[in-house]
Design a protein around this ligand. Sequence first.
Ligand code: TXA
Ligand code: MG
Length: 383
Amino acid sequence: ESTGESKITSQNTLNSLSIAAKHLTNLQPVAFPTETVYGLGALALNNSAASCIFSVKGRPPDNPLIVHVSSLDMLHSLLPSSFKMPKSYELLMKRFWPGALTLLFPSDPNTIPSIITANQPTVAIRMPSHPVARALISLVNTPIAAPSANSSGKPSPTTAEHVRRDLSGKLNLILDGGACGVGLESTVVDGLQEDGKIRVLRPGGITVEDIQETLQEGIRDRESVPQVLVHRRDYRDEELEAAPTTPGMKYRHYSPTALVTLLMTKSPLPKSVVPSNVESFLLSIKDTINPSASVKVGLLTLTDSALGTLALPVVNGVEWCRYELGPSDVPSVTARRLFDGLLTLDQRGVDMILIEEVNETNEGLAIMNRVRKAASEVQWITF
Ligand code: TXA
Ligand code: MG
């Protein structure tokens, strides 16, 4: 297991890290890079430090935070002494830590402030792999609570510049570690239920397929391999919204300023829907946005799809801005680019963002989860 600290070599980086550590120790929040997205960090075991996070983000207090650790010793220092690590957790931690997997553990109320858990009986913990994140946690030598470093409801930041644009003036320090490699938040997993099943509460950087494979390989007796349950949300699933399985699920999320329309090109058509022809849809888009002024329309498309390779029609008063999400058979690239795509098009001042459906295998599940939450509208289109 690489600790990552050794990669931080330049004097500048060391200086920045120790300044950031000082801020944290003085109970001030700091934005820092992780391999998934940028986090807004504060000391997890300090009530007033943690409460700053909620005010900077404008986050509802009933949405709990993820606690980040830099070592297994630090993890164990947080757990109730009576807790026995499930076999499934041992396997998942061995394979995916440090990395984009968050696990739920029973929360010891004597250790974890209730503001962190939003009074849930569990606490979400992860060990990030980003060298800057690991070095920062090691330096303060205590766990750091960190949600994504965006205003509540906005897309998560994957560069320091994204954080600056969103939160400038609301925090003193942003550590710049370049662009995040994964680009989507961690996968949140609950394996604490009595039935031993693994529940994916939020799909993310670690895929369900990889989780399944890890459990199958690690548990010889086929009968004992726990089932992995995933909530596949339909677009605006009101029922799930009313009874969220992870508190973060019930809020509108990942929405840039521009309206986002999801273009369904693959999924089977619901009976009640008449699909638009793509040409006529694009030709009429100006009228749906603003018939009396010129409009800018952003497109997030795959490099090789029918929509991605389509020559966009010339329409009076419409400026198209295309941002490529990579090839359809490499969802990890799409995952890395998605939030940057939403934020970049927003920055360019588009009035609407059209985003195309991707396959829900591997990283595609997490991608579509974020896209559905960002979209206020869905259109089925045919070619
Ligand atoms: O990749 C990530 O996870 C990033 C980086 C910074 O580590 N962090 C992140 O945090 O995405 P945040 O706060 O944006 O999302 C945390 C998610 C929310 O959906 C929250 O409801 C869920 O984890 N969560 C936290 N504690 C939980 C708990 N005790 N039970 C169920 N869900 C929990
Ligand atoms: Mg977030």
